[in-house]
Design a protein around this ligand. Structure first.
Ligand code: PMP
Length: 388
């Protein structure tokens, strides 16, 4: 049996979120009595496909998209791979320039498939960022003027919560005839992004970042003006319009639909409350810790992110001394590889600053009491590390 986690203070919502009990309620019937395959034509199958289509509609509505533009995947890693490799390999786009533009602070689920395309002969331009994590839009324009197949820039960064100006970037890509993909894994369900208003052609998202289940996500693919084509990564039964073969994960998809519905209703109130807690957390720590600094864009970031650099301390050592507190150094996905944050390095921080950083991320379940306890634990931990 896994250990009871209710005593932990969970400040790692950017890595994953707990399943909302309302999402579990929506999923349960599809994990038990209603087990049909959404491709089957009989009554059990029709019930499953009805539930899948309802979830597709919910996601489409939240994006301002057509349900036919929503392709279910196993998560954002797969959605990013399908977007990038799929567009690059699609015969319909073969006459476009073989150049892709991204930036240094993207998630590895974007950077690594792009490195794969580079090995296949594509030119990949990786834009640098300023101290706030922003790309230089004039530099983007000059790259676009040289001819670009696809631009991939994330909506907000997983380590710092810093945003990119997606609508501005989308308009520039559109005017130069480049396709625009955004990895919206950290923003979907937290803030509105209308794919038409922002000129987004492809968008990735993942249910487990918005209090839904792990192992399910979406690639949004524009159908018109322009029509985006992707070469499938998986060959098989031709599900999802031939774009993603494999029996649909009906309970997961239903969970994503429910999580999207709840997020749409509650995200504004959540954001205000969470940003208030985060600001209190940072102000209390800053009052006690000399030289504490916030990494990334302090004035324009997601409400729950707080990436803090503790001077003279190793972030891993600090967290090791606080077993009741869940937060992370570098992104969870890369922590196994012992790589120190490529994001903070790209922002221009020196190795000592990077080593001293810890990402805290607050979410829907975070309480004021937990924040107070976390502050005390961190201050005690720092005191212990510095020799009491
Ligand atoms: N992109 C970003 C920005 C992320 O934060 C994550 C999750 N760490 C992913 C992609 C990968 O998502 P998934 O876990 O659904 O594969």
């Amino acid at each position: 049996m896994p250990k009871d986690q209710s005593q932990l203070i969970y400040l790692d919502h950017a890595a994953t979120t707990p399943l909302d009990p309302r999402v579990l309620d929506a999923m349960l019937p599809f994990l038990t009595g209603s087990f049909g395959n959404a491709s089957s034509l009989h009554a059990a199958g029709r019930e499953a496909s009805g539930a899948v289509e309802e979830a597709r509609g919910r996601v489409a509505l939240a994006l301002g998209a057509d349900p036919r533009e929503v392709v279910f995947t196993s998560g954002a890693t797969e959605a990013n791979n399908l977007a990038l490799r799929g567009v690059a390999r699609a015969p319909a786009h073969a006459r476009r320039p073989r150049r892709v533009v991204t930036c240094l602070t993207e998630h590895h689920a974007v950077l690594d498939p792009l490195a794969g395309l580079e090995a296949e002969g594509f030119e990949v331009v990786r834009l640098g960022v300023d101290r706030r994590g922003r790309v230089d839009l004039d530099r983007l324009d000059s790259e676009l003027a040289r001819g670009v197949l696809l631009v991939s820039l994330m909506s907000a960064n997983n380590e710092t919560g810093g945003r990119h100006p997606i609508a501005e970037i989308g308009a520039r890509c559109r005017s130069h005839g480049a396709l625009f993909h955004t990895d919206a894994t950290q923003t979907f369900g937290k803030e509105r992004l209308d794919v038409d208003e922002a000129c987004v052609d492809l968008l990735s998202l993942s249910a487990h970042k918005l209090y839904g289940p792990k192992g399910v996500g979406v690639l949004y693919l524009r159908r018109k003006r322009p029509r985006v084509r992707v070469e499938a990564l998986l060959d098989g039964g031709g599900h999802e319009g031939g774009r993603r073969s494999g029996t649909l994960n009906v309970p997961g998809i239903v969970g994503l639909g429910a999580a999207t519905r709840i997020a749409e209703a509650e995200r504004r109130a959540d954001a205000e409350r969470i940003a208030g807690l985060r600001d209190r957390f940072e102000a209390s720590l800053a009052a006690e810790v000399e030289g504490l600094s916030v990494m990334g864009d302090v004035s324009d970031r997601l409400p729950g992110h707080s990436n803090l650099a503790f001077p003279g301390v190793d972030g891993d050592d600090l967290l090791k001394g606080l077993p009741g507190l869940c937060a992370s150094t570098a992104a969870a996905c890369t922590s196994a590889s012992l790589e120190r944050s490529h994001v903070l390095r790209a922002l221009g921080h020196d190795p000592a600053g990077v080593a001293g950083s810890v990402r805290f991320s607050l979410g829907r379940t975070t309480t004021a009491g937990e924040v107070e306890r976390a502050i005390r634990l961190i201050l005690d931990g720092l005191h212990a590390l510095r020799g009491g």
